[in-house]
Design a protein around this ligand. Sequence first.
Ligand code: DCP
Ligand code: MG
Length: 595
Amino acid sequence: MRADVRVVAHLDLDAFYCQVERAAHGIDVNVPLVVAQYDPFERGGVRTRDQGARRILRDGLERHSLIAVSYEARARGVKRNMRAIDARRLCGDGAVVVQVPTRRSKADLTAYRRAGAAVARILSRGGVMERASIDEAYLDLTANARRTLAETEWREVLATARKAHVAGAAPIGGKGFVSKASLRAGSADGPQAAVEACAASTSGVTDEKTEKELEKETEAEPVDEEEERMRNYRPRPPDEASLAWWDREESAWGETEKLLAAGAYICHNLRKACVDELGYTLSAGIATNKMLAKLTSGMNKPASQTVLCPDHTEALLAELPIDRIRGLGAKFGRELVEGLDVKTIGELARTPIRKLEEICGEERAQWVRKVSLGQDDDPVKEREMPKSIGTGKTFRGALAIRSLESAKKWLAELAAELNDRCEDDRDEWNREPKLLTLGLSSPDELNTNSGHCSRRCPMRLGADEITQDALALISKWSSGRSDWSITGMSVSASNFVTLERESGDVAEMLKNAKSTTGSRLATPAASPIKADQIDASVLAELPEEIQREIRASMRGETSHRGNRAAAGSALLGKRKGGVGAGQKNSITSYFGKKT
Ligand code: DCP
Ligand code: MG
């Protein structure tokens, strides 16, 4: 068995916000549901709207744009970025329009983040997991697939695996399920194939198949109870070409194909666990690298998975429009299309490397060549836990803070933000911080500390508590000084301790989220933070003074400023490990966060 073969899955929740809202409001799966953005021009300011039913909108629908559309609504022609009023027009009065929760005059994604984290916890049972956005993740299933093949009867593996579609099994552009429109990477509208599948069950006839034909398919492939539950969103059963591929003689199977089948078996069981334990459906792509897995996962949405094996890859990419690969869209993609007079990935693959280099230079040409051949070496990486979380703001010139009252006002803002992030962090990593660090930039520190200093105290969670504690630190710092001013302020949380147990389901998690103080602490404080793991892209976003300070600390100029290195590192922690950070040259950095 070739040691370098990988089995990589990409999993993405179907109409994610809609699924969360459906569960929150108890809306039947057959009812078209859309999630709308809040009205930014709401009279009297954007009101806070929590998880309750007040978020179901009945009026003013023209003022809300859509950010998530259920497959039932997609089947009726509703698309993301339409207005909520259009959903009502296309789906009738039965359509449910839910507004995103709001807090402090902006969207509050907490419920979605928590649901995404709960799903991720289940998926991580399958192997090394890399979360790619709020509702998608990559899994490296290689080791698990090898184990599965060694320990599980092939017949059992195959019985489950063959529920997956096989990309490229049917001729592209023919009557098979692989249509250009179903290759949705980079497309905001979702897969046409899935829309057709839904339309078939709701309005009768599709371009390709009559309801009768679909019924016949279902008769030919009886569904078991488990499959029935997964059919919340009526996935289209694999077509005949896919089934013929699965049903080949065992002797015809290559080793990589068997590993991919085992990957499909594992992936199916993980998706089933998400349905059984949380009620959420996902779609998945199983292939030999991240780029191909991502490309494949959207081909048969919703609630379905697709396998892409090496034998079918070339044919699949050959017809794929160039802009379907993330990183080859927009300006760069246009440059290639126009400069080389090519339209598809296949044509790109046949372009001599010299010509590619003329258009985009040596390094990029290499990347383009690899992508066009369906190659991607980027490993699935577990995300690192940030060492600290923080937020800050600068107050230059006339905006400088000169009174405790004004400091308190801004601290309240920063504290609220920090507290939110700590709550999200707790949901994701099951831990709480024990140390609060206040970072200050001030002309008063110029003589002694080159303009910056930091102060620390034990961390109490809660926006008010953080405000009070940070204010007490400022108050102490300012006492004895006259005419002081502050030109930059940051608050950060660090020294995390793991909480005793992980909450297993969403309801439990929401319950836990209400208590913010750490009575469930288990392990001793983590080691102190160091400014040693710095991400350049995050550094660039920080106030200049703080950037300078961190750079100095990286050069080893610690002397009297030990604390400040920690403060800088804390600020960086807010995005450490984020998608795409520090991986500019990798293919998958182009498949960044969608939200
Ligand atoms: N989202 C958003 N604004 C966007 C895109 C997405 O707020 N422009 C949110 C709403 C989505 C969620 O992110 O529910 C996940 O994005 P996806 O692109 O995965 O879309 P869906 O999960 O809604 O649908 P699909 O079934 O196509 O994955
Ligand atoms: Mg999704």
